[in-house]
Unconditional design. Structure first.
Length: 693
């Protein structure tokens, strides 16, 4: 009689527990559920450790209840097997489903852990992996030896290969002599590489997300599992050495090629794109610290689509916002098209597609966001604006909601306003030391007009906020006029513009000047009236800060005059202009150095610097394969002097003002950018893209 001690779920086991049955010298372990979560994996580890401690070192894991396993589970099985071998025992697996057997074969775990036939377990008959064909045999001969093709067909294929330079297998399959499945199976036998048919469960979502979707599509590969630094990689070309090396460099791993059909790879990557670049973990592993802050929403939601109230849609919206905050995204775009919905993140000024939910989910996503923003979900014909506040990762984050009706539905843009990511310190703006000193000199003036210029998204508001923070004190009355107020500052009197009730920049500025201000910040000068009032305020003892949409510093002078400001007034009021751009920084995770070419050295006059080392990013998972992560500012600062005042009064032309910059050695945006290139912080290509765009 065999000794048996069976624990069942009725005896108080948790779903992650492992039941045990002792049969003779062998111990059977029965994991419950999939080996994909830490709880289930840790439960199995604990059961094996307890068995080893009891000197039960001949273990059989019965996987009758296991339908799925991920890379972490595979690593655990490998480690447990090695531990048992060290203790003089062994680990075998039985009742493995076809999917589990394929996963073992894909990762090579079947060469480490035996898969035992449950119906003949006492004889320990093991399912052995297929053996590799002799290396000397050619593909054509192997197909002939299997009776899959005639020698004449092989000779014909070889003749066609010489003419077309296509691969032999490609010709044989295209002619229909052998199916792609049969050919790839035979090729796998010749090379000793497993051939699989891709299907659900044969891909670890966490591993798939490690390689950017665009890279996988470009190289036509699918990352499957990663076990102790070895990546199982589905490919239709097992000899694509260049592609394998690129992936090895990106992920710091060793490649284990797995053969599959091109169509399977394309379909798998397409299916990934139809759900999320992050895979299921984006919803399943949503951090528990995410909380939507309810802003007194109405109780009656009878008009909301039922789908919008369901947990999957709520989780999807929450996970999108949480991931955006984590990745330091500035804007979230949710836009419908004819066949699918698209979610894009703006990171460092550029948009990246991160998710493509099914088109039928789009109305539900929009409705959920409107509920969070306390808007009318039944109104789909008119644009709407609102505000959402969430708490995640230990801080509160505001999102500005904007919807716009289109041909295929409403497009939604969420502006992420994360105060923790804002820079409110002049010394942390990334300015060169000389520019920091010049900026502070301007701010230390008791009155005058300071303009910050640049296109939309160039960091003008951040520079203004840092200036206000620098000036902020109990001895000063600082008033701001903003559209809208983005970040709330202590002591500062901040006032939003309300165009819908006629409270414009100009009207607000008139009233602000009656509030005895020392410093006035005007969010933007858009028209003549605001420009004239700002100049008058600067001339009457106030320090006025504002922004303009111009391409460079000197363009602010001509823009103000074009608006109708009298040149003689502007010459007295304007004390300085700060022009700026934001350029992307090289990603530190994939940063590499190279020597500048002789052409570059000559073009930029670096001959006296010897060998010039420049930097660039290769592209990695940390930077969305862009080679850049984060941004820094480049600046151009003019301090008004008598020469510039005379030019303004004379209403000088653009060429004369440009000559002034050259004669007074003003460091231009491009010059500041090239300094950052030489520091190894960005690239020449990025400077050209930003400054000359």
């Amino acid at each position: 009689m065999s000794e048996a001690s069976v624990i069942s779920i009725e005896d108080g086991l948790t779903p992650a527990a492992v039941s045990k049955n002792r049969v003779g010298s062998m111990t059977h372990l029965f994991p419950r559920g999939n080996l994909t979560g830490s709880e289930a994996i840790d439960g199995l580890k604990q059961a094996v450790d307890e068995a080893i401690e009891a000197r039960e070192i001949q273990l059989i894991i019965d996987m009758v209840s296991v339908a799925l396993i991920n890379s972490a589970g595979l690593e655990a099985l490998f480690d447990l097997s090695q531990n048992l071998v060290k203790n003089g025992g062994w680990l075998k697996v039985t009742n493995a489903k076809p999917l589990i057997r394929d996963i073992f074969r894909v990762t090579g775990l079947d060469q480490v852990i035996d898969i035992v036939n449950s119906f003949n377990i006492d004889k320990q008959e093991v399912e052995k992996p297929p053996t590799k064909a002799p290396e000397s045999i050619r593909m054509g001969d192997l197909l002939v030896s299997k009776g899959l093709i005639t020698p004449e067909k092989v000779e014909e294929a070889i003749a066609l290969q010489k003419k077309s330079r296509k691969r032999l297998g490609q010709i044989i399959v295209s002619k229909g002599w052998v199916s792609e499945d049969v050919f790839l199976t035979t090729l796998g036998e010749q090379l000793g590489i497993p051939y699989i048919v891709m299907r659900q469960g044969l891909v670890d979502p966490d591993v798939l997300a490690m390689l950017d979707l665009e890279v996988s599509q470009r190289l036509k590969v699918v990352p499957l599992f990663l076990v102790h630094g070895e990546l199982s990689l589905a490919t239709s070309d097992p000899q694509a050495i260049v592609s394998f090396r690129e992936i090895e460099e990106r992920l710091s791993c060793k490649i284990r090629p797995i053969l599959t059909r091109k169509s399977d790879i394309a379909k798998t990557l397409s299916d990934v794109g139809s759900d999320s670049i992050y895979g299921a973990e984006m919803i399943e592993d949503l951090d528990e610290d995410f909380e939507f802050i309810d802003n007194a929403l109405p109780d009656d939601y009878t008009g909301i689509d039922e789908m919008a109230a369901e947990s999957p849609v709520i989780n999807m919206v929450n996970s999108i916002i949480q991931r955006a905050v984590h990745d330091k995204v500035s804007d979230i775009h949710i836009e419908p098209s004819q066949k699918k919905c698209r979610v894009r993140f703006r990171i460092d000024g550029l948009l990246y597609e991160v998710m493509t939910p099914r088109m039928e989910l789009h109305p539900a996503l929009v409705s959920r966001l409107k509920v969070m923003a306390n808007l009318d979900i039944a109104e789909r014909r008119m644009p709407q604006d609102g505000r959402i506040q969430v708490h995640t990762q230990g801080r509160s984050v505001d999102l500005r909601f904007s919807s716009l009706p289109g041909m295929h539905g409403e497009k939604v843009v969420l502006r992420v306003l994360d105060k923790n990511q804002s820079i409110l310190d002049i010394d942390k703006l990334g300015m060169q030391d000389d520019n920091v000193k010049a900026y502070k000199r301007l701010l230390d003036r008791s009155y005058g007009l300071i303009l910050v210029t640049g296109p939309t998204g160039s960091g003008k508001t951040t520079s203004l906020y840092s200036a206000i923070n620098y000036l902020n004190s109990l001895e000063k009355n600082i008033v701001t006029i903003e559209d809208p107020v983005e970040y709330q500052l202590d002591i500062v009197n901040q006032n939003p513009v309300r165009e819908n009730i006629g409270l414009s920049f100009a009207k607000m500025l008139k009233h602000v000047l009656r509030q005895d201000p020392d410093v006035v910040m005007v969010g933007e000068i858009r028209e003549r009236e605001t420009a004239e009032i700002a100049v008058q305020a600067a001339l009457t003892g106030h320090l006025v800060l504002s922004t303009l949409h111009t391409n460079d510093s000197i363009g602010a002078v001509t823009r103000m005059i074009d608006m109708g400001v009298e040149p003689y007034l502007l010459s007295s009021a304007l004390i300085g202009v700060v022009a700026q751009r934001l350029v992307r920084s090289i990603c530190p995770s994939c940063k590499t150095e190279y020597l500048a070419s002789p052409e570059l050295i000559e073009q930029y006059g670096w001959q006296d610097q010897g060998k010039v080392r420049l930097s660039k990013g290769r592209g990695c998972a940390e930077c969305y394969d862009a080679g850049y992560r984060g941004r820094m500012g480049i600046h151009e600062i003019i301090e008004t002097d008598p020469d510039l005042q005379r030019l303004i009064i004379a209403n000088a032309s653009r060429d004369e003002l440009t000559d002034y910059l050259g004669s007074h050695n003003v460091r231009l945006l491009f010059d500041d950018g090239i300094d950052r290139v030489l520091e190894g912080r960005t690239t020449i290509e990025e400077i050209w893209r930003v400054v000359n765009s």
